[in-house]
Write a protein that binds this ligand. Sequence first.
Ligand code: C2E
Ligand code: CA
Ligand code: CA
Length: 555
Amino acid sequence: MEQKEQCSRDLESYLDLIQFLNEGTDDYFFVWNIPENRINFAGEIQQKCLLPQKENDGYTLQDFEDIIYARDREAMREQLSLIAEGQREICNIECRIVDKDGHTEWISCRGKSRLDEDGIPRWMMGRISWNALIRKSDALTGLFNGDKFMEDMQQCLEHNCAGHLLLLGIDNFKHINIKYGRTFGNHVLRKVTQILETHVEPSMNIYRLDGDRFAVALQGQGEDVVRELYEKVKEDLKDCCTISAGAFFCPGNSSEECGMIYQYAEAALDRAKEEGKNRLVFFSPDHYKKRLDTIRLLDEMRKDMKAGCENFYLQYQPLIDCRDFHVRGAEALLRYDSPINGKTGPTEFIPLLEQTKLICPVGEWVLETALKQCREWQKKIPDFHININISYAQLREDGISSRVLDLLNESGLPGEALTLEVTESMQLQDYQHFNKLFRRWKEYGINIAIDDFGTGYSSLSYLKSLEIDEIKIDRSFVTNIQNSSYNYRLLNNVIELAHSARIKVCCEGVETEEELLALESLKPDVLQGFFFARPCDREAFRENYVYKTHDISQK
Ligand code: C2E
Ligand code: CA
Ligand code: CA
């Protein structure tokens, strides 16, 4: 009896205290009578949440649990029972509460228990804060946001937690928004949230980062768990959208900064997208290093381009007239030799220049340099010819038509001395546009060649639809031609077809005498390949083919 009176006296004074503390704050202080299982709040919490009519002796723990978002209940229950069992004195929970309108809001619930003389937990006092997490949550999905993600990652690192960080990105989310509207886009984001919440254990946090990106911190989990989770999410989403993912394993003793851990997972996600989307990719250090190297190379090339294409130079490979084997000209081939990275192969750096459109200014430099070079060599060989490669990005550039003509004009060369090589793999389907461009150049005598002929999808339609002067048959058809009757017949037909349309034929990549002998009977117009000469620097070309002799038929 005495104990009961003491208890209600305690409660009264606690209630006075929390009532007092509650003034002037938006938080809700509470006192939890642990053995009796009742919670009293200061302030009108029932105005915010769907709690039953308030009674004098407060709410039951069950009432409180009912207003907590289902996914977060388990974690809350676990902490509170540890406190009730006396295994823990401090409570620190972040969970979502469902308000009267059905919206979820993150709250932070902190408190400390008090033990009686026998060491049995008797009370817990604390507060629920609504505002602490407001800037750390995402209004649309109700998940934590990127700020909270970084904060939690930092904590994980400080506590040496090991595990996987999984980043997910909805594929083509921009297109979804454009095609179906933002409301539908939002629906997709909520759907992803709901599916993630179904499959990710409640003790692991899910975050929505920028736009269509989500992160899951899978503490203590191995690769198989990550894979399994991803497959489930992908499967459940299949009627709605596809999703890519990148995962990074962070060892417990990592000395990395959390920004780097995010970057690693992001690199894996980027790769998943690059490799065709709708897949999970684990971080690979080798791949990451390559990416870094690529970024560095691009930075360097950009800097060098601005400095007047410093460290770029041209090599020249002879073009051989098939009738008498004299050098009729050269193909200009771009090279890059940086003081930091050394020489980089054209198949590596040219696609980068093309992707970033840096090929436009660099390509202009190639045109200018090669045209001038040709002009100089024409002083010795008046009909010397120059072939210059031109990229799709350049052809798409505004004003390219006049720019080429201006450069030709400045060089003093007749248009007939120039062939522009356009790669077949380019998407030249917009025939009208390209024919217009080519026609203008052809008025000045410039020749147009289709490069790597036979490697694209629409070789024959190019022949029919594009107004071209020459095709350069790809090396893959020429290699070992003497042993492939199929390739031989194919080449025979292509050459006949081209000639009947008055299109010249160059065979690229002639490497052996046997190939040459087989090709001769097919009567292409021009030959090019290592058998005659490899590409060489300007000085060597000048010495070997311009000033010495331009007949290499003796080879
Ligand atoms: P491409 O236009 O097909 O150039 C011919 C390539 O074949 C050159 O490679 C040349 O070295 C190589 N080649 C020539 N004969 C033989 C042979 O007998 N055997 C073998 N195995 N290869 C031979 P390179 O210099 O590595 O150039 C690669 C590609 O880079 C070029 O292929 C072209 O698509 C591109 N490229 C080069 N310079 C430029 C440029 O100034 N602008 C643009 N847009 N692309 C360029
Ligand atoms: Ca070429
Ligand atoms: Ca080629």
